[in-house]
Design a protein around this ligand. Structure first.
Ligand SMILES: [Zn+2]
Length: 123
């Protein structure tokens, strides 16, 4: 369901962009999905297929690139990948990522969100 929500927002945004540019149709949408967003690419593709139907995005190609997590620890200065349990409960509540070096909560620099990197339009 998380995926459907994200994709419906994405479709809305791309439709708006395409209208602004007077595009005939959308050819390709490239997404960057953070590892820590816990979005499932398979489910996103499925949602995209359903939600793009009847819009200017219909039959366009969706490319999903996964961005690895990158965190920084203020306590010890660690910079790199976090420790987190790949547990189902983490997918619903906001997960807390811990420093693999000292165990303090860390600041997430990369890998949290989902962004549209590129959209190819037919004008
Ligand atoms: Zn640390």
């Amino acid at each position: 369901m998380h995926e459907f929500y994200m994709v419906s927002q994405l479709v809305e945004k791309v439709v708006e962009e395409a209208k602004k540019r007077d595009a005939k149709r959308v050819i390709e949408v490239e997404l960057e999905v953070g590892q820590l967003s816990f979005l499932n690419p398979e489910q996103m593709r499925f949602a995209y297929g359903v939600l793009s139907k009847g819009t200017i995005l219909e039959n366009s190609h969706l490319i999903i690139t996964t961005i690895e997590a990158h965190v920084r620890c203020k306590a010890c200065g660690f910079d790199g990948r976090p420790n987190y349990a790949d547990d189902a409960s983490y997918h619903v509540s906001a997960p807390l990522f811990l420093c693999p070096n000292c165990g303090s909560p860390v600041e997430v620099l990369e890998g949290k969100g989902c962004i549209v990197k590129r959209v190819r339009l037919e004008l």
